[in-house]
Design a protein around this ligand. Sequence first.
Ligand SMILES: Nc1ncnc2c1ncn2[C@@H]1O[C@H](COP(=O)(O)OP(=O)(O)OP(=O)(O)O)[C@@H](O)[C@H]1O
Length: 585
Amino acid sequence: MGEELFHKIDSDSDGFIDKDELFDFLLGQDTEMDRISEIFFELDTNKDGKISKAEWIDGYARVWNQEEFIPTGWKTRPEQTESYFKQLDSGDKGFLTFDDVKDMLSKENPGIEEDGLKEMFKSADKNADSQLSLAEFMEYFIDIEDCMTMNLEKTKKGLVKSIVFARLRPQAIEGGHKDAGVACSKKLEHFDKKTLTVSGKKYDFPKQVLTPEVNQEQVFDTTMSDLMDAWTNQEMNCMLFAYGQTGTGKTHTIFGTPDSLKSDELHPDWGIFPRAVYTCLKRMEASKIGWPSLKYCLTASAMEFYCGMGFDLLYDKVPVIIDKQGQAIGCNYKIIEKVSDLANFIDEVYGKRTVSKTKMNSGSSRSHTALMLTLHQTGDVPAEVTGTEDMPGMYESTTFTVMDFAGSERVDKTGGERADMTNVGIKIAKGEKLSIPEQGCLINFELTSLCTEVIIASEQHAKKKPYNPPKALVTDTIRFASATFQGRSLLGMVICISQASQNGWETWFSCEMAEKMAKLTAPIRTVTRHKLKTAYKKAQKAAAEMTKDFEKTDTKNKFYALRKGQSNGMKRYVEVLERLGASDE
Ligand SMILES: Nc1ncnc2c1ncn2[C@@H]1O[C@H](COP(=O)(O)OP(=O)(O)OP(=O)(O)O)[C@@H](O)[C@H]1O
């Protein structure tokens, strides 16, 4: 707890808490200015004007035994509210008595006498059993308005800007990310919390540079705060591009260590994906308290884009159709009820990915992977929300996609001859296998095309014109990702960067790409809400048609695998809607 809190307060992640950081944190907790100065003085034992981690760990418990600790955001982050409830619950009873909450109430309401605090307790204690259950505690204290607030950056025309971050990989002690002291045509010369300088060019596109010492929790809190809110509370689809040279830590950033995925409790090594699952499930549980008609189901799907085409990683790698809206049709999915359900999902996904050994990473991914978490929600929507009338049994689904892009690399690093895109195109058309340099060539082509699409989309939106992703001469990868540029999803991006001198060119390429992505401005749309029963009928009809199509298809027909995947995916979707009660009378 002490260490976790240290990182939370150390907002610039320089390894020290300075006075401003402590003030920022504690003023938010309603602590008096004088008391904050006293706390700072007490913790800064060597009086160098900053609190090191050792000083913090040493003094934290001492100081906070005198102060009751209230975590930041406990009223706006349901996932924090639960842990705060547990902290207050002396003796792990599973409920709170007046004595448990008395100090917290008096801190929150300075000047109110004990009788007044008792009145508050009574108001929260709905069933008058002198105990606050988690549900009662949340219902009384959670600030729904604040939960719904996002800080998206917008242009004057109201277009939403993409949210781009850079994460620096720690120096490796061996392998391709150990500094070999080799001069390269480009060089990472400097980085700080906001900028990166590569060969004289200063990049200021990152909303924040996540420096090497930044831990997994901080990466999630920083990069995902708005995306999580958009996805779980604001009816928006979200897409996070993870990009970087091979071995720079994309998989580490997305998933974290394999062992950590066995845990269902918050784990320090979890990457973004398990944290998103954990936070989403906690939020849904908390939402059910204030909104009893809510039912939800979280599903995970995965697609691989290899040789420009999409394949379902959860169903025999059958091809997936990307429709005109850039949506993947008929992907199979797994139901995720707890974080440890992800372990199997990830084993399956990453076991099936097309991986080649390159000089830089023994398990380098030479394909792009889309990992999709879809939150299906149904419930009665009250008139206060619709603005018109009560709408019973409504349904919506929002998807959070992580697009794990294979990195661009110079040919001499992948090991092989230089490839040419025309020959690559001919080979793909003939269905021939690509060599590693040819896979690299296609990857570079797709990444460059994506940047071009960002520029076109932003120009169109600035002119108040719609952007249409290209239909011809593009790969499925680009059609899928560029739907985001239309405003169908809120876009975030994390680029992972190596510090090693021999990787300067790749670092420069990553910065150039991220700089372009950061220029994206789009009119972000919310998803459409339907009646659950209507969505169910439509899905049943589509599943029946697709199954009929598939059953009529000969195994030798080139569309056999595709139709098999579609019919399976649609049947599974029908099952999800049934889980939500769509078939109940
Ligand atoms: N921030 C970090 N902290 C600790 N270890 C890291 C970090 N980033 C990367 N690593 C380690 O570096 C190695 C390579 O990282 P990872 O597999 O995540 O790279 P990648 O970018 O996904 O590569 P590829 O594109 O080839 O799949 C792993 O052993 C990982 O644990």
